[in-house]
Design a protein around this ligand. Structure first.
Ligand code: SAM
Length: 759
């Protein structure tokens, strides 16, 4: 590298820092140290718009502050998931803290993972002495911590099975039974299936009604269990059953024993747990099964299926995991498997094991199965029915909603899949910290709904020759020359053959978000955002970022659905989970898989409304205000002259949305970036808002994007929230100077229109 280009790169780096409010005096020595650390390699410094440099400057500042106060002391200790044995079994442990502080050389910290919450235990240094592991492990860990992608990694501890309660994780044992050990045989055992303590698989034995009774599932008996036999034996002991029609389940003692009947939320399921005077406990499950189509599967196979279906899809066990819900699942699986002829069974089990319950889908049209365990929502009935039609052009990626029921929603959530089978992957809901069992009501839709007023003309006829590739076949990415669909992205496809957004393209998109002043902005003569508010005179337009688009091949193209230039339209492919955040942000979305940089995560799907409709809704309907963060589709507002009202569009996921509505905001250094994707319309009024990872994301890390909200603008307080993103660049944080806040704030377009995110 010539010294001239080094100088040029240094100048650009310092300019970028100046834009962020860091003086040359402060930035230059840090840059020098970073270059030394990176062996004069510029790439890690320039990556992510000089993120490493900005981090290092702030770290150096922090360190100087901390050194003044607590020189030489380590306030907290690094916790490695494998070495911390004191955490509760479902606790979150985060690697955190600045790395590589060299007091001698004053070298800055770089790329350190940090905590997102005060509740997380974070490290302040990598000190082999603090780790019981070998120094090799410590070095490895230190290297990991130097890796920027390790930042914010959250490790979710798998719940450890409690010594006497290892029922859930290992159901392969066919010799399972439940045995009670009442200290006094005359004091029959009782079990309340709805008791929270019981359902948390706690080590604490359940003690019902202060009688000191215990139930301890164990594996000491050698009698083989079957689903049929206990039913028979129960039938012979009717005196032991105390049934209740109350769906909240009942527990009672009748002197000689006790029984619980449980029929909640599953009309086909009838579960009875009973004890006898001899101290035995028996459990029976009664499913409504058509005997003519049924052959009893093996218990082991059923358990394996349950494990696949339930435990593996969650990956972790939520605290609400309970034996009763497991029994529900077992019953459903018995019914499903038993209804299949044994020849089909093994093949279907394989399909099932692939992660998606195709088998249950194929069964849904047949014999009704046990209802999924649903989180019932409060509220009235849906007033008007939702009629969905595919819009003009047939295979549109959007639908038209004829009636939108806004006032009374009563959808239910299936905790095992919030998408209710609408996506290719299951998206479970787990609640570790929040008090609500499930997210509030909304209708899950996998594709955008078009409101009546929004003008979106989806028609194959509108796509002319230069915008599609009818002469392609199979995969456009493997053709020797990029096809017409790559025109939008400068003659090169935006995607790599691995389905990732190309790094250069992605970095450019990140840069538009982070440094909007360095990119082109469009100023409307008469801004639709202002127009919709009927302000007289309307405020001047604050400018809209001009964004880069991806154009995917579509139905008019000759290629197949598997073409590498069709990523977003193929839908969600990674394993996601809706979870309750610990920091008080409500529900959030995280990935269960490690995701490389540039991976497609999901779309932001909602109702397509005009900007005016959004404004009307906002003023008329305050319900669900918490979710009201419509996205303005203004990525290219300047391209086709003055926009008509019906062409200025927003996506609102308040009432109808997909999993994208759970993605929380993070100021500036979010791990997702929203990219406009053109699929079925050649103009840029309407497009898909697709989320891609802007860096490598660890499994179980929360997925976030920058809504672009200015937290300092209190003109519209009902729309805003107090930012709890935990980013050191947080625009709500006090330690940033006004100048820096301003720089960060200006990075987002439409900021002053608080509550409206732009994409
Ligand atoms: C699009 S929703 C995101 C999902 C939401 N957390 C939930 O529970 O459904 C946006 C709302 O989430 C909350 N939220 C998102 N990011 C946040 C943050 N960084 N700090 C605090 N609250 C946040 C706010 O209530 C916001 O209005």
């Amino acid at each position: 590298m010539s010294s001239r280009s080094n100088k040029e790169r240094a100048r650009r780096a310092l300019d970028a820092m100046k834009d962020l409010g860091f003086s040359k005096k402060e930035a230059a020595p840090v840059l020098k140290s970073l270059l030394k650390l990176f062996d004069d390699s510029w790439e890690p410094i320039e990556d992510e718009c000089y993120r490493a440099l900005a981090d290092a400057i702030l770290d150096t500042r922090d360190r100087h502050e901390v050194q003044g106060l607590e020189r030489g002391s380590h306030s907290t200790r690094m916790v490695a998931p494998e070495e911390d044995h004191h955490q509760p079994s479902t606790s979150l442990v985060i690697y955190g803290g600045p790395c590589h502080v060299d007091n001698e050389t004053d070298a800055p910290c770089i790329k350190r993972p940090r905590t997102d919450s005060n509740n997380f235990e974070a490290s302040r240094s990598v000190d082999p002495k603090l780790s019981p592991s070998s120094s090799v492990t410590a070095q490895k860990r230190a290297r990991q911590m130097m890796d920027e992608d390790f930042q914010h990694a959250v490790f979710l501890r798998e719940p450890k099975p409690e010594p006497d309660m290892d029922v859930a994780p290992s159901f392969h044992d066919t010799q399972v039974s439940i045995v009670s050990h009442p200290p006094d045989a005359a004091d029959p055992l009782a079990l309340h299936p709805h008791d929270q303590n019981q359902s948390k698989l706690s080590a604490e034995p359940y003690v019902g009604n202060n009688k000191g009774r215990q139930i301890q599932p164990c594996r000491t008996r050698t009698t083989s269990a079957s689903f049929v036999e206990p039913m028979d034996s129960m039938a012979k002991q009717p005196q032991n059953l105390q049934c209740s029609s109350d769906h909240t389940a009942a527990m009672d003692n009748i002197g000689t024993g006790s029984a619980v009947e449980y029929t909640k939320e599953a009309p086909c399921l009838h579960t009875v747990i009973a004890s006898s005077t001899t101290g035995d406990v028996k459990m029976s499950i009664q499913c409504s099964i058509d005997p003519s189509k049924f052959s009893m599967p093996s218990l082991e196979a059923v358990f394996r299926m349950v494990e696949d279906k339930c435990l593996r899809s969650y990956r972790i066990l939520p605290p609400s995991f309970s034996i009763s819900s497991l029994i529900n699942e077992i019953c459903q699986c018995v019914s499903q498997m038993g209804n299949n002829h044994s020849a089909e069974y093994n093949a279907k089990l394989n399909i099932f094991s692939n992660g998606r319950d195709l088998q249950s889908e194929s069964m849904m049209g047949g014999v009704p199965l046990v209802e999924p365990i649903a989180c019932m929502s409060k509220g009235g009935s849906v007033e008007e029915s939702l009629v969905l039609e595919t819009s003009e052009g047939g295979q549109a990626n959007s639908m038209v909603a004829q009636h939108l029921a806004l006032s009374h929603l009563k959808p239910t959530h299936d905790a095992s899949d919030v998408s209710k089978g609408e996506e290719k992957v299951r998206i479970p809901v787990v609640n570790e910290f929040g008090s609500d069992k499930c997210p509030p009501s909304f209708f899950y839709i996998p594709r955008n709904l078009i409101s009546q007023k929004a003008s979106i003309n989806i028609s194959a006829a509108r796509i002319d020759g230069k915008d599609y590739c009818d002469d392609c076949f199979g995969n456009c990415l493997s053709a020797p020359v990029p096809c017409a669909c790559a025109r939008e992205t400068g003659g090169e496809f935006a995607y790599t053959p691995d389905g990732l957004v190309r790094t250069a393209f992605l970095d450019e998109c990140v840069s538009v978000n982070r440094f909007p002043e360095k990119h082109h902005k469009f100023f409307c003569e008469y801004c639709p955002l202002k127009r919709s508010r009927n302000e007289t005179p309307p405020e001047p337009c604050r400018g809209h970022r001009v964004r880069k688009f991806i154009k995917e091949c579509w139905s008019k193209c000759g290629c197949s659905m598997q073409c590498g230039n069709r990523v977003v339209q193929r839908g969600i492919a990674c394993n996601l989970q809706v979870f309750s955040t610990q920091e008080g942000k409500g529900w959030g979305l995280r990935t269960l898989d490690e995701l490389p940089k540039g991976a497609f995560v999901c779309e932001y799907v909602g109702e397509l409304l005009t900007v005016t409709e959004v404004h009307e809704r906002t003023t008329q309907n305050e319900r669900n205000a918490r979710y009201r963060h419509p996205i303005v589709l203004d990525a290219d507002w300047g391209s086709e002259g003055v926009l008509k009202d019906e062409e200025a569009l927003c996506l609102d996921a308040t009432f109808y949305g997909n999993v994208g509505r759970f993605i929380n905001h993070r100021c500036y250094d979010a791990n997702l970036i929203e990219i406009p994707v053109e699929v079925e319309t050649p103009d840029h009024h309407y497009y898909h808002v697709a989320f891609f990872t802007s860096k490598k994301v660890e499994a179980f890390e929360e997925l976030t994007w920058d809504y672009g909200i200015d937290f300092d603008d209190d003109k519209d307080p009902d729309r805003a929230f107090q930012c709890l993103c935990g980013s050191r660049y947080c625009r709500g944080r006090k330690h940033l100077s006004m100048e820096q806040k301003k720089s960060f704030s200006e990075m987002s377009c439409g900021l002053k229109d608080k509550g409206l995110m732009t994409a």
